[in-house]
Ligand binder design. Sequence first.
Ligand code: C2O
Ligand code: CU
Length: 605
Amino acid sequence: MQRKPAQQSKHMSNKDEYERAAKKSQPKRTFPQRLTSKQSMSVQTTRPIFAALLMLCGKTTVQAQYQTMRIPQALYGKEFKLTLKDSFRQLRTGNQTITSGINGDFWGPTLFINKGDTVRMDVLNKLNDSTTLHWHGFHLPAVMDGGPHQVIPPNTRWKPYWKVTNQASTYWYHPHLHEMTQEHMTKGLGGLIIVRDSMEATLALPRTYGTDDIPLVLTSRRYDAANQFVYKNSAYGDYLLSNGTPNATFTLPRQMVRLRILNADIERGYNLGFSDNRTFYVIGNDGGLLEAPVSLTRLPVYVGERYEILVDLSGLAEGNTLDLKAYNSGRSNSFPGGEPGTSGVFGSLLNNTDFSVLHIIVGARTSNPILNLPTTLVKQTYLKAGDATNTRTLNVTNGQPANSPFRFDNKLFDIKFINHQVIRNTVEKWSVTNNNVFGHCFHIHDVQFKIVSRSSGPIAAYETGWKDAFFISRNETVAFVARFSDEADPQHPFMYHCHFGNHEDEGMMAQFVVAEPTQGTAEQHTPAKFQAYPNPANDKIYLTSEDPSSQIYYVNVVNAAGKTVMMLPQPQAGIEVSNLAPGVYFLHITNQRDKHQSVITFLKR
Ligand code: C2O
Ligand code: CU
């Protein structure tokens, strides 16, 4: 289909972008900028200086197409409204691409939250498809987790909340509907969550979002002849998007700069380094800061992983340029994206090549620049192998013969089958073995773990922090220890899976519950009866029960046509009903203790 060309984020300085992006909790999204058709007729070049330079050189290289990297809008606070919807974006010359976005047309806002706060999410699904939204890396009750069991139908509102106990780090949220994850993520659904805490706050680190503290979300996409995303029979994209921007460039101040890198791709790994081979410093892993910076020149970042790095640009002059690149050529044959071939399911134009992920222009120093590398970061109390009181072993199986989907322990994901039962508050050691044809990215929900061994050799210093995802190459065993302290029951269990979207969708996923040892003893209770008041209601309803010990596990608000309009895990206090249309509603209430379900009606005025 032909759509009218629009929107280039052009001629905007990074400063402007930051100021727009960082305005607190603006109800209106700041990105992308939609331009009038007159504006959109101007050149695609985002850097007039570049265009001028190139004209002087008389060259027409790919550099002429650099676009200023988008910085996702920043939202701050304890309550967040996230609306998922289909949209489109001009990503290439020609047709616009059909995308999905959260509060925007591709990807979503960066949510800044504080450790210790209770955050409340108001997720509204305006897609034409069911989906879920998972809070990747967070400790929380499984019923709030947004995994494959918390399906949000179209036009339904889901309101999870949790107390933030995670350390300061970079986390993310993304859809997790079984068999649909690759499609929903390819279309662009997702976003970053930045947790701040008092430990991180005491350190002299760059933390001006969009200026010296830069989110960098890496993905690649393949396009069909009509410029639409390909998400079937395709493991790798052919074109890189950095924060959703093709051919991204960004001006970074000549001082210490922090990059928060997320690999949000379907399968590709990124072996990152700078084009001048400069040393840079890893300061944080998925779930927290390291005890001290780790210096290196190459950093492999696999799907689902986050790394915070510092790079010192103070020695460069304004106007200098360098590239952050993926040095992906010549990797081993279990490196995702190292396969030869430029087309087909496992081929790609980016495979086995070195390519720029961000063209950096060195800009002026800011007023209060961070110029020194901290020598120490935070004191961590890591779990050790010896802390584990229970051990589990997992094996990656199948994959061969070709077209036999990868899975764990010979079992494809079955949403009704609980693969493991963990006793609450135990420290366990999980040992994952991959005697198989390819590498994978292992991720487990709810916990931050510590990798305690890799059969392939020593654990790299850059991955010695708190993690929730790791790459496991072929013929390798990786063991980690974690404490399981959040509840998960068979209705809403936690997942572990390969984070390659295609592998996960094909069934390389399994699930576990976390429960008290005493739970499950057959104590009989008469099912609790609930009442709603006031009834009829305008704004809020309250639920009461004659049995004071009864707690509510879940409330689904269903309208007269039988459609679920709100999903409320463990609702507290009053239930907000002001945005419901007038009429009769059914409250499907699940009791916490016995999961017994009862239905009561109320009238919305
Ligand atoms: Cu990033 Cu199970 O998810
Ligand atoms: Cu996999």
